[in-house]
Design a protein around this ligand. Sequence first.
Ligand code: HEM
Ligand code: HEM
Length: 170
Amino acid sequence: MREPWEDEEYVKYTLWFIFACVVYSIIGFSWGALMGGIHDFRHFVDHRMFGKLIVRAHTHINLLGWVEMAIFAAVYYVVPRLAKRPIYSLKLVKVHFWTHNFGLIGMVVFFTTAGIIGGIASQTLPPADVELLVRPWLAVMGIFGSIVLLANCIWAYNIFRTCAGWRKNW
Ligand code: HEM
Ligand code: HEM
C-alpha cells in the first residue's frame, strides 16, 4: 500500500526538481568551462565594463539552478516522511516549480543581456552613458529576481504548513 505522501503527481514534481537540477548543472558547468577556457571570453568578463554581470549569470544558474533545485527536491522528499503526512498543498509545489524556473531563467537571460550590452558599449561610449544603457536591463533582472524570491516564499509557506503541528500524527 502507498503511503499518503507517495502521491504520483507529487513524486513527479519532486523528480522534476531533480531533472531541472541536472539540466542547470550541465549548463552552469559548461558556462564556467567556456568562460574560463576561452581567452577572449574570459578577457571580456574580467576587463570590460559590466562584463562581470555575465559571471553573475553563471553563479546564479549554478546556485539557483544546480544547488537550490537539489535542495528543494531533497526537502520535498524528506519533510512529509518526517512529519508523517502528505505535503500541505500539491498545487503550491507546482506553482513553486514553475515560478522558480521562470524567475531563474529570466534572471540569467537579463544578467547576460546587461553584461553583453554594457561590455560592447563601453568600447565606444563614456562610462556614464554605459551606466544609463545597462540600468533598465538590470531593473528587468530585478523583477525576475523578485519572482524567484516569491517562489521561495511559496515554498517556505508550504513546508511550514506541512510541518506545523507534526506531533499530532505521531
Ligand atoms: C565545471 C564547473 C565550473 C567551472 C568550470 C567554473 C568556472 C568559473 C570561472 C572561470 C569563474 C570566474 C570568471 C572570472 O571572473 O573570470 C567562475 C566564477 C564563479 N563561479 Fe564558477 N565554475 C564552475 C562551477 C561553479 C559552481 C557549481 C558554482 C556554485 C555552486 C560556481 C560559483 C561561482 C561563483 C560564485 C563565481 C564568482 C566568484 C567571484 O565573483 O569572484 N561555479 N566560475
Ligand atoms: C532572489 C534571488 C536572487 C537575486 C535577485 C540575486 C541577485 C544578486 C545580484 C544583483 C548580485 C550582484 C551584486 C553585485 O554585483 O553588486 C548577486 C551576487 C551574488 N549572489 Fe545572488 N541573488 C539571488 C539569490 C542568490 C542565492 C540563492 C545565492 C546563493 C545560494 C546567491 C549568491 C550570490 C553570490 C555568491 C553573489 C556574488 C558572486 C558573483 O556573482 O560573482 N544569490 N546576487
